[in-house]
Design a protein around this ligand. Structure first.
Ligand SMILES: C[S@@+](CC[C@H](N)C(=O)[O-])C[C@H]1O[C@@H](n2cnc3c(N)ncnc32)[C@H](O)[C@@H]1O
Length: 321
């Protein structure tokens, strides 16, 4: 590989991430011609996208999903959270590695693997990546009926996704697994990108900081839709409380799921999260560092299954005959 090419590789991304190399803007414009309207030179004079403009970012994401993942139709309301694709893909690749590590180095693929995405949003991003990369089946839950409707529309309008993703509305915002999983359901993995902020004011401050980092500008009243509608980003007690409550409830579903997992954005929340995992007596915890661009984050995964139960799980669900 030439040194020029190596320089352009985003080495912080997972080795199987489809976006490790600099975006091929010309190819992306072919996928989504609208993108041409949002190309402008960056400070080094290279063609780039205006990352502070939510419409530009959404247009880029549509092009990325179309070009790299074969997703032709990805429509959802502009007020909803628009996810950075490479970062979301990394979560899926790292949890796929986790399953592989516990399966003699072979990542289980195909519809023998069922994954629950807690808080699928309106964008359906984790199921999209999981289906395209590993052919897994997904259950996507959310407390917002409009998000569930939006995910259903995305699934219905992409042949690739049909029959692979089931949407389930969580009617009680305090619950995560109750009301979504039946007693006999078995899922191999749960994933989650929790609401981060504890209040609308905190969400607005966060958005201001994000805009300042991207543009250097101070904005008084930022558009929240830059990063998603309030419900998607806000939970009373913030990320920590959401994860804590999820861990507590996961105990009740300890035999229904092999690996539970969540993204943890705030490093300072880790200590309390580990304490909760200890309190609820999980049998195994795994922390996976993930870093995209300037931001580093982590996935925390846990299981209640004993070594023998894990073996039985693999043998009955993942073994290829
Ligand atoms: C930060 S967004 C993540 C959206 C999407 N997964 C993504 O990564 O872009 C969090 C989502 O969790 C949903 N949510 C909040 N409480 C929930 C609960 N108890 N069960 C399921 N989803 C919930 C919100 O409505 C929101 O869509």
């Amino acid at each position: 590989m030439s040194s020029e090419k190596r320089k352009q590789i985003k080495t912080k991304l997972h080795s199987r991430n489809r976006n490790r190399e600099r975006y091929d803007l010309q190819a992306l414009i072919v996928s989504n011609p609208e993108l041409e309207n949002y190309i402008k030179p960056n400070k080094n004079g290279q063609d780039s996208i205006d990352f502070a403009n939510p419409v530009a970012v959404k247009t880029l994401n549509k092009a990325l999903l179309n070009h790299y993942y074969g997703i032709k139709n990805w429509e959802f309301p502009d007020e909803n959270l628009c996810p950075p694709i490479p970062g979301r893909a990394d979560y899926i690749h790292y949890v796929a590695d986790l399953l592989g590590e516990h399966n003699f180095g072979r990542i289980p693929t195909g519809d023998k693997v069922t994954c629950l995405d807690i808080g699928v949003g309106a964008n359906c991003i984790y199921p999209i990546i999981g289906v395209v990369e590993y052919d897994w089946k997904f259950i996507g839950s959310d407390i917002d009926p409009k998000s569930i409707e939006s995910v259903q529309n995305i699934v219905n309008s992409n042949d690739l996704l049909k029959g692979k993703i089931e949407c389930r509305l969580q009617k009680n915002p305090k619950d995560f697994f109750y009301g979504i999983l039946d007693r006999e359901d078995q899922i191999d993995l749960s994933v989650c990108n929790p609401p981060f902020h504890s209040s609308i004011e905190a969400a607005q401050e966060g958005t201001k900081r994000k805009i300042k980092n991207l543009t250097g500008e101070n904005v008084k009243t930022p558009q929240l839709n830059f990063a998603g509608i309030s419900n998607e980003l806000i939970y009373d007690g913030g990320e920590y409380k959401f994860i804590h409550n999820m861990i507590r409830e996961s105990k009740k579903f300890s035999k229904n799921c092999y690996w539970f997992s969540t993204l943890v954005s705030k490093q300072s929340n880790l200590k309390g999260i580990y304490k909760a995992l200890e309190k609820y007596k999980v049998s195994h915890v795994k922390t996976i560092l993930i870093g995209t661009g300037n931001k580093s984050s982590r996935i925390v995964a846990w299981t209640f299954l004993s070594k023998e139960e894990q073996k039985k799980w693999r043998d009955t669900r993942w073994k290829t005959k």
